[in-house]
Design a protein around this ligand. Structure first.
Ligand code: OFO
Length: 160
């Protein structure tokens, strides 16, 4: 069974994951309106992935006899500048999330909950991938410049 402290911490993280899903959805509609269909599709896929993280945490809390609380999701930004600025924001956001996940692991450790630490390490590893992916896209957009931006858009649109 989860401690109350860890349960509350995971619930906060569930809220953050849902906020992230909305952030990427907002970026997706922004790109769609700007004529970048590939970036829009990539962001929608990312949004779905964030919801999967939230679902996975919810399932875990329930499995450990805890209580899931679906709280209010704060409003997300709706406007950005260039594709480069958007993906720089994605990278920054993922670095921020990595820090938050680390703190959830710290709570699990302080509560001496081994199973939760094991569960949460999966998210720690995933953050490494998410940061690296965002960074790589930032670099590719920089290299592509204005002339190559639609090539990158088409490439990212292939994401399943
Ligand atoms: Fe949920 O992994 Fe990104 O934020």
């Amino acid at each position: 069974m989860l401690s109350k402290k860890l349960q509350d911490t995971i619930n906060e993280q569930i809220n953050v994951e849902m906020w992230s899903a909305n952030l990427y959805l907002s970026m997706s509609v922004f790109f769609a309106k700007e004529g970048f269909g590939g970036f829009a599709a990539w962001m929608k896929a990312q949004s779905k992935e964030e919801m999967q993280h939230a679902y996975s945490m919810m399932d875990y809390v329930i499995k450990r006899e805890g209580t899931v609380t679906i709280g209010m999701i704060n409003v997300v930004p709706t406007g950005w500048g260039s594709p480069l600025e958007v993906f720089e924001s994605v990278y920054k956001h993922e670095v921020h999330i990595s820090g938050l996940i680390d703190k959830v692991v710290d709570v699990a450790a302080s509560e001496r909950d081994k199973a939760s630490q094991d569960f949460l390490w999966g998210f720690v590893r995933e953050q490494v991938e998410e940061e690296a992916t965002a960074k790589e896209i930032v670099e590719r957009i920089k290299i592509a410049g204005n002339n190559g931006i639609f090539y990158i858009d088409a490439q990212l649109g292939q994401r399943k």
